[in-house]
Design a protein around this ligand. Structure first.
Ligand code: FAD
Ligand code: FES
Length: 265
C-alpha cells in the first residue's frame, strides 16, 4: 500500500527514523518487518521499530547502505513510499511472561528490539527482572539515546550502554556488548534472552550467555539476509535449511545452532 511519511527524525549520519501514517489500522508483533518500496528503485526489508500498541503509526529506522536504503533515508515529510507487510516471526514477548528478560542489542539491532521494550514496560508487572544491554561504536552512534536515558531513569529496568571507542570526555562504559553479560546477574533457569546485532556480535553474545548457563532454547536471535519476495518463494534469503523471511527473522537459537557458526552460509 502507498503510505505517506508524516515525520522524519535524523538519528545520526546516514540513519533516519520514519513515521508513516497508514490509511487503516496497522498491527504487528515485535520482531516482524515490512518490505519498503521506493518507486522505480526497489524494495528492502526493514524491521518495525515502533510501539505495537499504536496501530495508527508505522515506524522504521533505516541505515543508508545502498541505493534503496539511501533513498529511504532521504525521504521527507509528505513523501509517499510503498509498504508491504508485516512479515516474519516474532520475539517471544508473551511466552516470556513470568521470566526475567535480557535484551542484548548492537548498533541498529536495537531497532527490532525496541517494540519488545515498549511491550514489556507497558506490562511491567508480568515480567521478572528486565535488563537491556546495548552496544554502539561510539557515543555519537547511540540509537534512540533520549529514550534509553528515559528508561534508565526508571527503577524497574536495568539499562547498560557501552561503546567500542570513545574520546576522553565519555564517562560511560567502553568495551564490547558481550563483555557486559559477564557482569550481569542472570538466573539461567528463569531468563529469556533476545539478541540482535551484527552476526559477529551475536556469536560472541550467544557464547557469553551459554557460559552463564542459559539453555539454547532460551536464546532468540534475529537474522538478516538479502530478501526479494519476503513470502518464501524466491529463495534469496536462504539460511541453511530455513528461509529468513518465512521461518525468521527471529529464530530460537537451538533451531539454527547447527549452521549459525558456519560463516557465509
Ligand atoms: C528481516 C530484516 C530486517 C531488517 N531491518 C532493518 C532495519 O530495521 N533497518 C535497516 O537499516 N536495515 C534493515 N535490514 C537490512 C536492509 O534490508 C538492507 O540494508 C537493505 O536491503 C539494503 O538494500 P540497498 O538496496 O539499500 O543496498 P544494497 O545495494 O542491496 O546493498 C548495499 C550493501 O549492503 C549489503 N547488504 C544488503 N542487504 C544486507 C543485509 N540484509 N544484511 C547485511 N548486509 C546487507 C550488501 O551486500 C552491500 O554491500 C533488515 C534486513 C532484514 C532481512
Ligand atoms: S525473500 Fe524470497 S524466499 Fe525469502
Amino acid at each position: 500500500m502507498p503510505v505517506r511519511v508524516t515525520r522524519v527524525r535524523r538519528e545520526m549520519t546516514g540513519v533516519a527514523t520514519l513515521e508513516l501514517t497508514p490509511a487503516s489500522a496497522f498491527g504487528f508483533v515485535p520482531g516482524q518487518f515490512n518490505m519498503l518500496y521506493m518507486f522505480g528503485l526497489g524494495e528492502v526489508a526493514i524491521s518495525l521499530s515502533g510501539d505495537p500498541a499504536n496501530e495508527n503509526r508505522v515506524v522504521h529506522t533505516v541505515r543508508a547502505v545502498g541505493a534503496v536504503s539511501h533513498a529511504i533515508t532521504r525521504l521527507r515529510r509528505n513523501d509517499v513510499l510503498g509498504v508491504r507487510g508485516p512479515y516474519g516471526s516474532y520475539w517471544p514477548v508473551l511466552d516470556s511472561e513470568g521470566s526475567d528478560v535480557v535484551i542484548v542489542a548492537g548498533g541498529l539491532g536495537l531497532a527490532p528490539l525496541r517494540p519488545v521494550i515498549y511491550c514489556v514496560l507497558a506490562h511491567r508487572e508480568r515480567y521478572g527482572r528486565v535488563v537491556v544491554l546495548y552496544g554502539a561504536r561510539g557515543p555519537a552512534d547511540i540509537l534512540y539515546r533520549r529514550e534509553l536515558e528515559a528508561w534508565r531513569r526508571r527503577l524497574d529496568v536495568d539499562i547498560t550502554v557501552t561503546v567500542d571507542h570513545a574520546a576522553a570526555d565519555w564517562r560511560g562504559n567502553v568495551g564490547v556488548v558481550p563483555a557486559l553479560i559477564e557482569r550481569t546477574p542472570i538466573d539461567p533457569d528463569h531468563t529469556v534472552a533476545m539478541v540482535c546485532g551484527p552476526e559477529i556480535m551475536m556469536r560472541f553474545t550467544v557464547d557469553a550467555l551459554r557460559q552463564r548457563g542459559l539453555g539454547t532454547d532460551r536464546i532468540f536471535l534475529s537474522m538478516e539476509r538479502n530478501m526479494k519476495c519476503a513470502i518464501g518463494f524466491c529463495g534469496h534469503c536462504q539460511f541453511g535449511p530455513a528461509f529468513v523471511c518465512r521461518d525468521g527473522p527471529v529464530f530460537r537459537f537451538d533451531r539454527v545452532a547447527p549452521f549459525f557458526n558456519i560463516r557465509e552460509i
